[in-house]
Ligand binder design. Structure first.
Ligand code: NAI
Ligand code: MG
Length: 375
């Protein structure tokens, strides 16, 4: 039997609630598709920090390296100064594992309410590949004369051929198993130095993928096109800062925080990729069973795709989409069922195999791309 070892980091607030629901779904996927998992729960987050004063230690990083994947809930707590847990755990983990890509599907499933009037599932199915380790988020910057009218802040952006090529190459591979279109999103007309490097990488890597059609969109124009004509896009590759902004806009199109999923992918041999819903710990609704577990379930589906369990991944996606389609609302009491019940419902649909197949499943494509890359 195929076995995978998972590190499970439920975290804070609704993190453990949605993670528990996702694990119920994983149980059902294992039963149906005949694979197994060993799961190790790792207590990172506010409680652990307040008890022990530690964030992500080297020992924990080593422990996580030994696993095939990390399933992450969410962290953050009103009891801890903002930034400490987020930087000390999530960003630290992305860095330590060199999770080179943040992958964010923007897919509107049938029956899910979107604030964009007239938007249909047929028109909204794209994937953003965000470079996850550099850009404006790693440059230290400097300041002088703080607190005076001469206060000067310098904040630069770091772009290496190495990291950009990894993101772009992955994006080309993904486009080649999807609809064959890759869009570079940047601001090359103003950020000319970074823009030149990104463009050169696109041209160079593109020679290896003649079957993929490429184009280019400025990030500001992207914010206009995304809500109005998302069907223009198949795979979008972009830098860390632009990706952060554009994917939040993307999440809105697909029904918001409860539904959107993400993957932090590493390509290092002894490191581990991490899969998480994009929402935070939602302290305002924690403990009430009001969190939508769909984002966590779809993150689990990506995890399974990345581990090569393409069939199980597609089935988890299909079951989650089927349950979403029937929900009267996307969060809180409006869902008409608790987080726990929704996890059970997705698991049930999965066991029955009664959900209609999702066409062009990203989860299957992920398995294909990881296969191509020799995993
Ligand atoms: P949040 O994503 O936790 O919540 C924003 C709003 O969305 C809240 O009204 C919440 O109730 C709702 N919401 C979130 N997840 C939901 C779900 N699954 N179903 C239904 N509704 C949901 O963002 P917020 O409030 O800005 O941050 C809360 C804490 O989470 C902070 O400490 C923040 O730093 C942290 N955070 C952690 C992230 C992570 O672990 N990756 C990401 C974003 C925020
Ligand atoms: Mg963000």
């Amino acid at each position: 039997m195929r076995r995978h070892s998972l590190a499970v980091l439920p975290g804070d607030g609704v993190g453990p609630e949605v993670t528990r629901a996702a694990l119920t779904v994983l149980d059902a996927a294992q039963d149906r598709f005949g694979f197994g998992t060993e799961r190790t729960e790792v207590p990172l987050g506010a409680d652990h920090y307040l008890e022990t004063g530690t964030l992500l230690t080297d020992d924990v990083v080593d422990q996580l390296r030994a696993h095939d994947a990390i399933l992450f809930g969410a962290i953050g707590s009103p009891r801890v100064t903002p930034g400490i847990l987020e930087r000390g755990i999530i960003l630290a983990l992305r860095g330590a594992m060199r999770q080179a890509i943040n992958l964010r599907p923007v897919r509107l499933y049938p029956g899910v309410p979107t604030p964009v009037r007239g938007l249909t599932p047929q028109r909204c199915d794209l994937v953003v590949v965000r470079e996850n380790t550099e850009g404006a988020y790693v440059a230290q910057g400097s300041r002088v004369h703080e607190g005076t009218p001469a206060w000067t802040a310098v904040q630069e952006s770091v772009n290496t051929w190495y990291a950009v090529e990894r993101a772009v190459d992955f994006a080309f591979r993904l486009a080649s198993v999807r609809r064959g279109r890759l869009t570079l999103c940047h601001k090359t007309n103003v950020l000319v130095e970074a823009g030149r490097l990104w463009t050169a990488v696109m041209d160079s890597v593109g020679e290896r993928y003649p079957e993929v059609e490429t184009d280019y969109v400025h990030v500001d124009a992207m914010c206009m096109h995304l809500p109005v004509s998302p069907e223009r896009f198949d795979v979008v590759v972009t830098d860390n800062l632009f990706g952060d902004i554009v994917t939040d806009l993307g999440a809105v199109l697909q029904g918001g925080l409860g539904v959107a999923a993400s993957a932090n992918l590493t390509f290092e041999p002894d490191a581990t990729s991490m899969f998480e819903p994009i929402h935070g710990s939602a302290p305002d609704i924690a403990g009430r069973g009001w969190a939508n577990p769909a984002g966590a379930c779809l993150s689990l589906a990506m995890l399974l795709g990345d581990l090569g369990e393409g069939e199980a991944a597609a089935a988890v996606e299909a079951a989650t989409a089927a349950v979403l389609a029937d929900l009267p609302g996307l969060a809180g009491e409006a869902m008409g069922a608790s987080t726990h019940d929704l996890g059970e419902r997705v698991a049930q649909v999965l066991r029955e195999g009664s959900a209609p197949e999702v066409e062009g499943s990203l989860m299957v494509q992920l398995a294909q791309v990881r296969g191509m890359m020799g995993r």
